[in-house]
Ligand binder design. Structure first.
Ligand code: ATP
Ligand code: MG
Length: 348
């Protein structure tokens, strides 16, 4: 029997509630589809930082390398300064494991009320560049407390970085509805983002069968709300992808609904799968957090590992559960976190 070794990192806040529930779904679907999962759980994150002065132990990354994938919740606690991202768990794993694609799908869940008036089915994927751009943390603050103080961040985009994520997006479009919309702001960020446009256009020429268009970030936020059905694959930079995926979560009906993958397409290091939202300390410990995004992340992980039937099975079970009205508080329902996992397992 095929076995997958999964590193489980619940992180902080609601991660400790939704990750175990998502893992229960994984075990159940594995049993149904004839493979097994073995795992180890690691207590890394902001809570670990408060005790140890770092987000993960020095040998943490080395440990993770021996796993097929990482199933992750979220890191962050109000008492831990969130301007420490360079030291952060998520940043370290994404960059050291070359997880240069952040795969963030957006879709309609049956039975979930959405803020948009459109009844049309929405189904697109945000492909966010995950290792460079505006998030490289190159810059400095000068005289921060004086009248002449200033803060400077530099965005760095490389040909290699743009090309590899673009190839991923165009290949993904071929498996979907054959369309890539790339989103920048090259009319004002005239160096970095016009370079991005140029390289993307070159890559696009290698995929003549895939429709390719371009939008500016400002206009695209309006389109997410007014005509989200036009998108198939949305290719964008690290910062814009971060912002657009929260908007994508809202378009679905709640941030708690979004699943994602930090993907290393070459598979030379493990990829990591997590919901799009944070650790939501405001609702932690009450068994009310919405685990659908975490469960969806398990499906994305199985798809990456090649267990396509099992991944589809989870998605069908999710759809059945939401249509039956198994909804958490953020969706206007009264189901608990574990009620949702129970329903999804029953519907597998
Ligand atoms: P990060 O910086 O890690 O992205 P954040 O500061 O953006 O975190 P979140 O933790 O994502 O914040 O929470 C934003 C809001 O969404 C909070 O009010 C939180 O309670 C709510 N929220 C997030 N995830 C869920 C969920 N799974 N179920 C219900 N509510 C959620
Ligand atoms: Mg956020």
């Amino acid at each position: 029997m095929k076995n997958y070794k999964i590193a489980v990192v619940p992180g902080d806040g609601i991660g400790n509630e939704i990750v175990p529930e998502g893992y229960r779904v994984l075990e159940a679907v594995a049993e149904k589809h004839g493979f097994s999962i073995t795992s180890e759980t690691f207590d890394w994150g902001a809570g670990y930082y408060l005790k140890n002065g770092k987000f993960l132990p020095d040998e943490g990354l080395e440990t993770l390398k021996s796993y097929d994938a990482v199933y992750f919740g979220s890191v962050g606690l109000p008492e831990v300064d969130d301007t420490l991202p360079a030291k952060d768990y998520t940043f370290k794993v994404r960059t050291n494991f070359n997880q240069y694609v952040n795969y963030r799908p957006v879709r309609t869940y049956p039975g979930v009320q959405r803020p948009l008036r459109t009844e049309k089915h929405i189904d697109f994927v945000i492909v966010r560049e995950n290792t460079e751009g505006e998030f490289v943390q190159v810059g400095s603050q000068y005289l921060p407390d004086s009248e002449n103080g200033m803060g400077i961040d530099t965005s760095i985009f490389t040909r290699k970085g743009i090309e590899r994520v673009a190839h991923y997006a165009f290949k993904l479009a071929r498996k979907r509805r054959n369309k890539v919309t790339h989103i920048t702001k090259s009319n004002t960020l005239i160096n970095s983002l016009s370079y991005w446009d140029r390289v993307i256009t070159e890559v696009a020429a290698q995929y003549p069968d895939v429709e390719h268009d371009q939008m500016y970030i400002d206009n695209s936020t309006a389109s997410f709300v007014l005509k989200p059905e036009v998108f198939d694959v949305v290719l964008t930079t690290n910062l814009f992808g971060d912002i657009l995926s929260d908007l994508g979560g809202a378009v679905m009906g709640s941030l708690g609904l979004g699943g994602s993958g930090n993907i290393n397409p070459e598979k030379d290091f493990p990829s990591m799968f997590e919901p799009i939202h944070g650790s939501a300390p405001d609702i932690a410990g009450q068994n009310i957090a919405n685990p659908y995004g975490q469960i969806w992340s398990a499906a994305i992980m199985l798809e990456h590992l090649g267990e396509i039937d099992a991944a589809n099975n989870i998605m069908e079970a999710i759809d059945k559960s939401t249509s039956e009205g198994v909804l958490t508080k953020d969706l206007g329902g009264s189901a608990s976190t574990s009620d949702v996992a129970d329903a999804v397992i029953k519907n597998l």
